[in-house]
Design a binder for this molecule. Structure first.
Ligand SMILES: Nc1ncnc2c1ncn2[C@@H]1O[C@H](COP(=O)(O)OP(=O)(O)OP(=O)(O)O)[C@@H](O)[C@H]1O
Length: 645
């Protein structure tokens, strides 16, 4: 059935051109509106599948205002606009469109953007439905499980994290005068929560029961709403209790939600997050969908009356053939900072779905680890996990490496070669450094993602493959797209679910844990018995800004464990005053640089001379007489950043 598209455009000629292009491409234009008001009427009457929205419109309201309504109704939209000023673009981007086409555009760009929008929308819906289904099922299991009320409530709050991330969750149960109860949970680690009951809460917030009661009713009751950024700060001026919570637990946004309960009982949920912009109307809508299931579970566990039955998983279509009942696996990912916990939440959310994932982050932040964790937590975990480093392969070889070739396909192809995509069948392919993939090959990759089939070089028939794609890059892909080095259509296709990894300098609280983790590992590998790091050594590590991130820390700990004469590490070989070229530590106390330090300096000098170019004529690999892939892996191992120049 043709997809129904709404055009919201105030210029008649442009609207007409769009209509012709869409109809020729097989879409059904279900309405054309010149203003937001007209658009709403068409949305109500015709429920479009997708909307093309100009930003400047007639009638006072803009396309950005309409975006809010489209999001509420779950209708994907694409902006079609003449180059707008920077501030407008920022606002437009914040509404999370499924695409942005700048006028004038080619018909082909429009059609590709529409296809991608449709794909992304379907995938994000699938992922959301799987998540919600899983959540409802977990609640049902908790209600049925053996255990005390405290245990069950604890489980419910833990389960809630996967669907609506928080750092502090308060569940307030109010059965009328003198019967307020509070069960709250402060997140201390991925699966670790500190329980704070009513009594502890009163001690922490220095309030007595009567004060709490009064605050609850003096305007601190709950509505379906959220407070982020400045709204959160302004709201705290009016709500004394929330201000105390914010100060005590260092939270920066809040979502409040009253559950539907019967009789005299009210249950209010308060989700607090350390992120400044953690909540949006999407999450309020999510709670609307889950309200019945959550209130049913809590009322059952607490022995309260309930009127309704929850929405059960049976109402849902089967979303994927893969087993989605897989507990998340975070092997080798160490840390408890709230930024890393957010990453765990994202892994938990996206793993069961079959969508593409794009992992972004500086070099050495753990992108490969995260990719592996998504695979290990997915229904494909029994299948292969195949890694391809797109930067380490010369462009002449990468196509055959990815898609394979037949015998005799080119000079030197003496045997048939099965490509990485085929090897990843029924598993996951991890395309590392996707930003370095040659431009010509990006179109082929896009086709594979769309058609789910590959063709070996010189092959005579396409081969069907069932592969999940996870890509990673430390480049800013939007800039690469703008510079014409990365295809916009591929970017949209991969960017269905982006996960951005924090740099180590943004999560320094994790440094002590990471150092202990690496020391234990290297003790085993190097047969040493180092017990820890000195206070001075730790202080240095906390003050350094770690341009090479975790990999750099891991390398320095390895070196320190190796050279350590004492039973603990005194200092790490941290580059002096952030200058990566001079290193002073135990190993260079005698005035000599270590071999590793010399190697690092040598590579840095070569890179500087070649202006950062690694491959090809005039590149650092040629200068150093090394295979480019070896040089690349040394660059990574030594924690040299690509933007060092
Ligand atoms: N959270 C973590 N806890 C412990 N070790 C980690 C963590 N994250 C990464 N590491 C380790 O740091 C090193 C670098 O990680 P990884 O290779 O995944 O980074 P990357 O972002 O993919 O780097 P690049 O962009 O250079 O490919 C690896 O040895 C990995 O095991």
């Amino acid at each position: 059935m043709a997809l129904k598209v709404l055009i919201v455009e105030d210029q008649f000629i442009e609207a007409n051109n769009l209509e012709i292009m869409l109809e020729e491409a097989g879409y059904l234009v279900c309405g054309m509106a010149k203003s937001v008001q007209e658009a709403i009427k068409i949305i109500d009457a015709r429920t479009p599948d997708l909307a093309l929205v100009d930003i400047q419109l007639k009638g006072g309201l803009s396309g950005i205002d309409l975006a809010v309504i489209l999001k509420q109704r779950n209708i994907p939209f694409i902006y079609v606009s003449a180059n707008s000023d920077h501030a407008t673009l920022i606002k437009a981007k914040a509404t999370q469109p499924y695409g942005f086409i700048v006028k004038p555009f080619r018909e082909r760009d429009l059609i590709v953007t529409l296809e991608i929008a449709q794909y992304r929308h379907e995938n994000s819906l699938d992922a959301a439905l799987i998540r919600e289904d899983k959540f409802r099922k977990s609640l049902q299991d908790i209600v049925k499980m053996e255990g005390s009320v405290t245990d069950k409530m604890h489980q419910i709050s833990k389960t809630m994290q996967a669907i609506l991330p928080y750092d502090y969750l308060a569940i307030c149960i109010d059965k009328g005068r003198e019967a307020i109860n509070l069960m709250s949970y402060l997140r201390a680690g991925f699966e670790e929560y500190q329980f704070i009951g009513l009594e502890e809460f009163q001690v922490i917030t220095k309030t007595n029961f009567v004060e709490l009661y009064v605050m609850q009713y003096a305007g601190e009751g709950t509505e379906r709403s959220f407070f982020i950024c400045d709204d959160f700060k302004n709201m705290l001026g009016k709500f004394k209790l929330r201000k105390q919570i914010a100060d005590k637990f260092m939270v920066n946004s809040l979502l409040t939600y009253p559950l539907d309960c019967s009789g005299y009982t009210n249950i209010h949920l308060y989700f607090y997050s350390r992120r400044t912009d953690a909540y949006s109307s999407d999450q309020v809508a999510l709670l609307d969908r889950l309200n019945a299931s959550i209130s049913f579970a809590i009322c059952q566990v607490l022995g309260l009356d309930i009127q309704h039955t929850p929405y059960t998983t049976a109402h849902h279509k089967k979303l994927t053939g893969k087993n989605t009942n897989t507990a998340p696996v975070f092997e080798g990912i160490v840390g408890k900072s709230h930024l890393l916990l957010n990453v765990f939440d994202h892994i938990t959310q996206v793993a069961p779905a079959d969508t593409a994932v794009l992992i972004l982050g500086e070099s050495g932040t753990g992108k490969e680890r995260v990719a592996h964790s998504i695979h290990a937590s997915s229904g494909r975990k029994e299948g292969p996990f195949v890694k391809v480093n797109c930067a380490a392969l010369p462009s002449s070889l990468i196509e055959s490496e990815l898609f394979g070739h037949e015998k005799g396909a080119f000079t030197g192809a003496v045997n048939k070669h099965v490509g990485k995509f085929e090897r990843a069948h029924q598993g996951t392919i991890f395309l590392d450094e996707i930003g370095d993939m040659p431009y010509e090959l990006q179109a082929k990759l896009l086709r594979v993602l769309q058609e789910k089939e590959i063709e070996r070089i010189a092959g005579n028939a396409p081969i069907k493959i069932d592969v999940r794609v996870i890509a990673a890059t430390n480049h800013n892909l939007e800039k690469e797209v703008a510079a014409g080095r990365f295809r916009l259509d591929l970017y949209y296709r991969l960017n269905v679910f982006p996960i951005t990894l924090p740099s180590l300098r943004e999560r320094k609280d994790d440094i002590p844990l990471l150092i202990d983790h690496f020391i234990s590992g290297f003790n085993i590998r190097l047969g040493k018995n180092v017990t820890g790091i000195s206070a001075r050594g730790l202080k240095d590590a906390m003050e350094y800004n770690w341009p090479g991130n975790i990999r750099e820390l891991e390398n320095l700990v390895e070196r320190a464990v190796l050279v350590s004469q004492a039973n603990h590490i005194k200092r790490l070989a941290i580059p002096v005053s952030g200058n990566a070229e001079t290193v002073a530590d135990e190993s260079s106390a005698n005035g000599f640089k270590s071999i590793v330090q010399n190697e690092r300096d040598h590579i840095l000098n070569a890179l500087k001379k070649c202006k950062g170019k690694v491959w090809g004529a005039g590149g650092a690999a040629e200068l150093l007489n090394l295979p480019p892939s070896t040089l690349n892996s040394k660059i990574r191992k030594l924690g040299i950043r690509r933007d060092f120049t």
